[in-house]
Design a protein. Structure first.
Length: 571
């Protein structure tokens, strides 16, 4: 029997469609299920091929091979269903399929009757179909309608195909039977195609959701800036508000809103970036100083790439990262390196002078160059003075090192402000008089009555000593010191001020007076040896640790007034 022409055309079209588009889907798909289903339709295409051969030359061998490929078709539909539900395929299906193949081979070799040969494999196909429907019902995570539709289509195919084959054998091949089979195959084909598209769409939706979750919870700002058909921000993550203070809506409403983020001198550079006119290939990085909505400045790193279509830029995409902390750390590292180099230079210079002097006088005493008792006594005094300078320098360096590494220990205690004032004066009165200076001090007992402070007495005495020593150095003999103890203007802090009658501090030196190693312009009135340049720096660190302030005023030619304050303790 020959099939009608329209049936042949329908069969050929079905075979080609099944093989071609499932090959294309399976080739690009990341899901194993679509590859199994694609392979099942390759087997079905071979089944159709053997149908042609049987119709051209009726032969039980062709019918048996057609039945084998039908079994492989339904088996791989089952394997795909397992894979779609993320279930491992049981190995017994492979064994049973092999048994069926052996049975068909035995039937063909020993020329068993067609019903005896093909009935077991038909029953096996029906059992596979039942399992397939069960897998869909229990394990497929799809909407109910899609699940019911899938079960119906797979059931019709799985139960209809074996029955149609038996009908062909028992009752003869009719065109209507073939037409029914092909219609079933195309319905199933379409159903699998829809399932594939739904799965692909679901994966795309999930990827989009995950991307948005990651992007919108990242601290970096992710953006997409379209250049065509019109320039505009089409996407920018909400983190832009935390970074810049501006909301995404403000960027969406103005295609040049990025100009709000940078100083005027960087307008041209950022415009070039957002026009996609940079000559870089791939992604590239640009640094900008960004202006926050509250007028503060941050460092922004733009990592961007231009998207091209037909050689024309159509969009700019990328992300912005706040690297302010990193830039600050780099700056601190540079400052630290420079400070270390300055420290080494300072130490080598400051140690060299007194050590050279000491060695020179010791050698002079040793080789007898200095013999007179008066000269010997003077040399010893100089050696002693230089040794004191070295001791002072080493102590200052040690204290500064501990302060900067947070290893400086404080022993805070509650102390009466009047008692503290008296203690500071009493311990330094002799030093001031020895320096041939007139001392006047005022303790405002009325304002300091029942005022208490939390202080480290030893450290505050050190601050006071540094200020007094500094005043003595820069005040000529016969000069005057005026020391006042009281409260500041708003009565919230204890205040100590030391005013001298020296030449004062040069205007150019005043802003740097508390910097490390800064000695200022040499004064011809300086006495008591050279300063280490660290005393006032250490004093500032100590007062800062007390949550206080220290500052200096020095009108030209009218002496200097050093003042430090410490917050009053309140119960």
């Amino acid at each position: 029997m020959y099939l009608p022409t329209f049936i042949v055309a329908f069969v050929i079209l079905t075979m080609l469609m099944s093989m071609v588009y499932f090959y294309l889907f399976a080739k690009g798909s990341q899901g194993a299920f679509i590859r199994y289903w694609g392979l099942s339709w390759v087997f079905y295409s071979f089944s159709l091929l053997f149908l042609f051969l049987d119709q051209h030359d009726p032969n039980f061998f062709f019918i048996s091979l057609r039945k084998v490929f039908d079994m492989l078709n339904i088996s791989f539909l089952l394997f795909g269903s397992y894979s779609f539900a993320h279930i491992r395929i049981p190995t017994f299906w492979l064994r049973f399929s092999l048994y069926m193949l052996l049975w068909v081979a035995i039937g063909v070799i020993y020329r068993l009757d067609s019903l005896s040969t093909l009935l077991p494999i038909t029953v096996y196909q029906l059992f596979i179909t039942a399992t397939l429907c069960y897998i869909i019902l229990r394990h497929w995570k799809v909407p109910v309608f899609e699940k019911v539709l899938s079960i119906a289509v797979f059931f019709l195919w799985g139960f209809g195909k074996p029955v149609l084959t038996i009908m062909e054998i028992q009752f003869g091949a009719e065109a209507s039977i073939y037409l029914m089979e092909i219609i079933f195959s195309n319905i199933l084909n379409f159903c699998i195609f829809v399932i594939y598209l739904q799965q692909a769409r679901s994966q795309i939706d999930m990827a989009d959701r995950l991307y948005r979750i990651i992007a919108e919870n990242a601290t970096d700002v992710v953006f997409y800036y379209a250049l065509k058909p019109q320039r505009a921000f089409t996407y920018i993550t909400p983190s832009v508000e935390a970074m810049t203070g501006y909301s995404p809506a403000e960027f969406y409403s103005d295609p040049e809103f990025y100009l709000q983020l940078v100083p005027a001198n960087q307008f041209d550079e950022i415009k070039l970036l957002f026009k996609g006119e940079e000559s870089h290939q791939g992604s590239y990085t640009k640094l900008f100083r960004l202006i926050h909505k509250n007028s503060s400045m941050i460092w922004g790193e733009f990592n961007v790439s231009t998207i091209f279509e037909n050689g024309e830029p159509v969009a700019v995409e990328g992300f912005i990262r706040d690297i302010t902390t990193m830039k600050d750390a780099e700056s601190e590292l540079l400052t630290s390196r420079q400070s270390r180099e300055l420290l080494l230079s300072y130490i080598s210079h400051e140690l060299k002078t007194p050590v050279t002097s000491i060695v020179g006088y010791v050698n002079a005493l040793k080789d007898g160059t200095i013999k007179e008792s008066k000269d010997v006594e003077g040399a010893v005094d100089i050696i002693f003075s230089k040794a004191q300078t070295l001791e002072r320098l080493i102590n200052d360096l040690f204290q500064l090192s501990k302060l900067e590494t947070n290893q400086f220990s404080f022993r805070f205690l509650r102390m009466d402000a009047i008692e503290l004032s008296k203690s500071l004066i009493n311990k330094h009165m002799l030093d001031i008089r020895t320096a041939d200076l007139k001392l006047e001090y005022k303790i405002n007992t009325r304002s300091l009555h029942q005022v208490f402070l939390i202080v480290d007495l030893e450290r505050i005495e050190q601050v006071f000593s540094n200020i007094i020593f500094n005043a003595i150095r820069h005040t000529p003999p016969g000069g005057k010191l005026l020391i006042k103890f009281g409260l500041d203007s708003d009565k919230s802090s204890y205040s100590v001020s030391v005013a001298d009658s020296g030449m004062g501090i040069n205007e150019i030196d005043l802003p740097h007076i508390f910097e490390r190693f800064y000695k200022g312009t040499a004064s011809p009135q300086s006495r008591l040896g050279a300063s280490s340049g660290l005393g006032l720096t250490i004093s500032k660190e100590i007062i800062t640790a007390h949550n206080g302030t220290i500052f200096v005023k020095s009108p030209p030619g009218k002496g200097s007034v050093f003042t430090f304050t410490i917050p009053v303790y309140k119960d």
